[in-house]
Write a protein that binds this ligand. Sequence first.
Ligand SMILES: Cc1ncc(COP(=O)(O)O)c(C=O)c1O
Length: 424
Amino acid sequence: MTSRVWHPFTQHALHPKMPVIERAMGAVLREVGGKELIDAISSWWVVTHGHCHPPIVKAIQDQAAKLDQTIFAALTHEQAERLAQRLVKIAPTGLDYVFFSDSGSTAVEVGLKMALGYWRNRGQTRTKFVALAGGYHGDTVGTMSVGARGVFTQAYEPVLFQVTHIPFPSEGCEQTCLDALEAACKAGDVAGFVVEPLILGAGGMLIYGPHVLAEMKRVCERFGVLFIADEVMTGFGRTGSMFACEQAGVSPDIMCLAKGITGGAVPLAATLCRADIFEAHYSEDRTKTFFHSSSYTANPIACAAANANLDVWETEPVLERVATLGRMQEERLAAFKTDVRFERVRRLGTIAALDVKVKDQGYLAGIGPILYERFIESGVLLRPLGNTIYVMPPYCISSAQLDKVWAAVGEAEKLDVAAVRDGD
Ligand SMILES: Cc1ncc(COP(=O)(O)O)c(C=O)c1O
């Protein structure tokens, strides 16, 4: 039977048949028929502790039987109230209010709208955004606008708004980036600066130092520009600390969370902000309301999953697991550092990445789909970003499973890839 499903970021002509997943546990996805795939990308970077982590599953079951859904406009519920209190407690200081939504894209979209509403309600004309070149913040029109422009935004370019993109602070070019940020902020019309702290995810797993992030914050402070940290990928331990901003000692004005907020079990997002951003919208004048919602805002089942996730963080040695995984990744990367087939071998926390040396680079690099198929055949789920291979597994992955993942990377590169190699 012809499938009627249209899949995300999938060229159907190249994927006529897709594996059908029926179960998941720990770091493994199981197909109908029993074949197992090691989920080395945490199912798009969402699964932290492991698939179907029992306390999170139980919280979802219990909540579903009690309160499944309620409108969240001018009504509230216990799970959301408790979750907001707990998020404020663990977040960098100064983030005092929490707005819930459903995905990373909406978390950032909400952040942009909060910034615009803040300035408007304070009677100031600040309507521009600055962002880091190569960034990815989601696929809504607003988040595509602040993200990198490329093949994936071409069709939508006519409706994207103008944003100043400053150069990525690659090693040796940090000052160029900071100077560009300062020049943009000086104009006095910038509402906010949007940034993925310490690492660009979809932009190619590009890493930069905490000192640069701290300096970016200082520049924004000097010009009164709101600092919007997109911790959608980095949040909940990925980079070695609960939030990446912690490593730079940075307290953002707005912080966007999603993916790992529920341990990766169900969709939920949160945008945290400073009290004065909330207060700028607090008024008996209804025109100052924060005009954003979605039907499932703060869905109780999703909030229960997020509370269970925070319980896991409180009761299980999650940061130790994160540190162990970081060490395990580093050990396996060692062999690739001297391997002439690869370059830019790098790691931040639990995330390891390397680039295959080919002339044909970038998101549409021909090598990407070939590697993807090869990995699937080897029983490993990895989705290279063009010629960049990255491994970002759930924190529960075993040493043997990780060995299998890296063996697949080494082997895949040796086999078919030689056929498409057109570099060196
Ligand atoms: C940094 C960052 N921001 C935003 C998003 C968008 O999140 P979602 O896919 O949940 O909309 C992503 C997704 O990968 C991301 O990595």
